[in-house]
Every structure is written in C-alpha cells, then in structure tokens.
Design a protein around this ligand. Structure first.
Ligand code: G3D
Ligand code: MG
Length: 207
C-alpha cells in the first residue's frame, strides 16, 4: 500500500506561566518580539510552512491561553501532538523544576503510543538576561536523563537559537509522524479529515 504522508504537524508548547512561550512562538512565526504582547487571549495556534528533509510541511504550533497557571489545558490541546516543546526560564529555577510535572502531564493527557520515544524538545529561554539561575549543565543532565531530549538555550527577545530550535522541533515531529504511520495505518477517512482541517493560510498567527 502506498504511504501517504501527513503534511500537518501539531506542536504544543508547555511550561510555567511567563517563561516566554507566547514570545517564542511569536518570534519564530512573525519574527517579532513585543513587550506589549500580553497574555495570550484564547487557546489558539499559529501555522508556519517549513521545509524539512526536502519536504514542505505545515507546522501548527499550539500555545496556551494562560490556563497553564491552573494546569488545566483540556484534552483537545494535547490530542494528536507530534512534538511537545517544554519551556523554562533560565532565571526562574521553579520553572525548571516544574518541567518534570509538565512532561508527566503531557504523557498522561496525550497518552502517546510510544511514551519512551515521544519527541520532546526543551528550551531554556531568556538567556539574554544576566541573572541566570539554572546552569546549562544542570539542564543538559535533566534532558539526558529523560532519554536524551534535545536542549536549546534561547532568547525570544533577541531571536537567539529560536530558528534552530524550531527546525529540530519540526524534524523530530516529522520523524515521529513517520514512525506512527509505520506502526498504525489510519483509515483513509481519518486521514482525509485531517487534511481537510489544514489551515488554508500558512504563516499566519491567529493568536
Ligand atoms: P508565557 O507565554 O510563557 O506566559 P510570555 O510568557 O511570552 O507572555 O512572556 C512573559 C514575559 O517574559 C513578558 O514580559 C515577555 O516580554 C518576557 N520574555 C519572553 N521571552 C523573553 C526573553 O527571551 N528575554 C527576556 N528578557 N524577556 C522575555 P512582560 O514584561 O510583558 O510580562
Ligand atoms: Mg502565553
């Protein structure tokens, strides 16, 4: 049977409030950082077309609407995620400690087929600030202990490493999707529906 490749990748961004999730998404999709960019209004997503392994894919990046304060994001947020980005703030140690519970929460809510190998990417954000409290080494160790999660230190404000991190996110999401297709061949009906749900205008932000 011919393999039909999914060209829509769902990426969700998790982490404590104020670590810079919305700013990272905004920097990546719109190449903008704004101090006026306030708490996200309404759970929403941005889309961006990216080229990965010579293929054009649409990345759908889901941001929270601030409900992360209550850890109550609802199952629709997690459902069908192809990659989960965990963000902490390098100047806020608690946001780093909470990565464990964000990861656990994701695994419970999304219940991926192969939790051990599900692609996470960790971003230590706000490296432009000089009051860092979490060392690179400590973060790397945590990532290694969780099955070698890729780790990037970013600044949504200065645009540091944001592009590179999202390239890895897209690549790993695509690989996970390819593996899922091998394991589980979805009925055509489902596949058609997911194609139909594809946002028509790429590179736009609805948040
Ligand atoms: P969230 O979506 O995780 O809740 P936001 O976080 O993107 O809303 O960002 C929270 C605050 O951190 C915002 O400041 C934002 O400007 C700031 N911020 C985000 N990323 C960076 C970064 O890389 N460097 C610095 N220096 N600040 C960042 P305000 O003042 O609006 O609350
Ligand atoms: Mg936000």
């Amino acid at each position: 049977m011919a393999t039909r490749k999914k060209s829509l990748l769902k990426v969700i961004i998790l982490g404590d409030s104020s670590v810079g999730k919305t700013s990272l998404m905004n920097q990546y999709v719109n190449k903008r950082f704004s101090n006026q960019y306030k708490a996200t209004i309404g759970a929403d997503f941005c889309t961006k077309e990216v080229v990965v392994n010579d293929r054009v894919v649409t990345m759908q990046i889901w941001d929270t609407a601030g409900q992360e304060r209550f850890q109550s994001l609802g199952v629709a947020f997690y459902r069908g995620a192809d990659c989960c980005v965990l963000v902490y703030d390098v100047t806020a140690p608690n946001s780093f400690k909470n990565l464990d519970s964000w990861r656990d929460e994701f695994l419970i809510q999304a219940s991926p087929r192969d939790p051990e190998h599900f692609p996470f990417v960790v971003l230590g954000n706000k490296v432009d600030l000089d009051n860092r409290q979490v060392s690179t080494r400590r973060a790397q160790q945590w990532c290694q202990s969780k099955n070698d999660i890729p780790y990037y230190e970013t600044s949504a404000k200065e645009g540091i490493n944001v592009e590179m991190a999202f390239q890895t996110i897209a690549k790993n999401a695509l690989e996970q999707e390819a593996e899922a297709e091998l394991i589980n061949d979805f009925p055509d009906q489902l596949r058609l529906n997911s194609e139909n749900n594809r946002p028509s205008n790429a590179d736009n932000c609805q948040c």
